[in-house]
Ligand binder design. Sequence first.
Ligand SMILES: [Zn+2]
Length: 326
Amino acid sequence: MTRHPRDGSGGVLEARFGNPQGERKPVLLLGHLDTVWPIGTLARMPWRVENGRAFGPGVLDMKAGVVMALEAMRLVREVDVDRPVVLLLSGDEEMGSHHSRELIEEIAKECRAAFVLEPAEGPEGAYKTARKGVGQFRLEIAGVPSHSGVDFGAGHSAVRELAWQIEQISAMTDLDRGTTLNVGVVGGGTQSNVVAAAAWAEIDLRVKTVADAEAVTRKLKGLKARDAQCILRLSGGLNRPPMERTSSTAALFAQAKELAAGLGFALEEAATGGGSDGNFTSALGVPTLDGVGAIGNGAHAENESIRIDSLVTRTALLAAMIVTTV
Ligand SMILES: [Zn+2]
């Protein structure tokens, strides 16, 4: 077991199982230990079990997934099989994996497949075989300030320019292609009697393909100020590349579906708009199944919970995938 300290990120835990000199490449079990909940949340949202469900901050995203990985490894070690496994648990996934990304990618490259311990999709617990890519941009606008009463005509409002730019950015959304741009946070100006000198917006981009990401990024970079006295400055970019449903991921899913049928349940696959560390492994060409963790609801919400009866069969399936993936 090795810890890779990263500044302020809580580090990354790397655990290796099995013979690294074996015939087969390792598989990667990828998870995170951080949650979206601040320290102290347990005091008002305590762990509890009720009507077959377990509640608590982070129970679904993704404490249950981590427990499943450990239990799956216990099962795998009971059978004498040549299969090295790397379990990687990061500490900054919910913040965008800025500190752990490099290590995740470095290790994923040596692996045959990646299983991401994120929550399953929907009440039936589908595996996720596609995820949208996520971009984060910031648009800053510099205008020309003036006194709104004395010298209105000399001013060029950054706030007014921003209002216009928001419409241009929002118009780049293409729901049919699965491309969305959300101007989620804005700011600007100082006083209502001052023509605003500065304004800014934070933009969240979701795309299904790398090509779409590049096309939208080009459009954003090409935004022109409507008021020629205003200056636009765009920063940011694609934070997580899209997890596209590659043929090798589809083949891995077919294998999982067959094993699930043998365990007595029907496994479906799903695509989602949310990103995870699976986006990184998939973009490297590593076959990736995501959402192999628990079934539940309320991730990131007050009612976060898991269905306890989902744990046993899904853990058995994970163990079977670890053993049988050639
Ligand atoms: Zn998560």
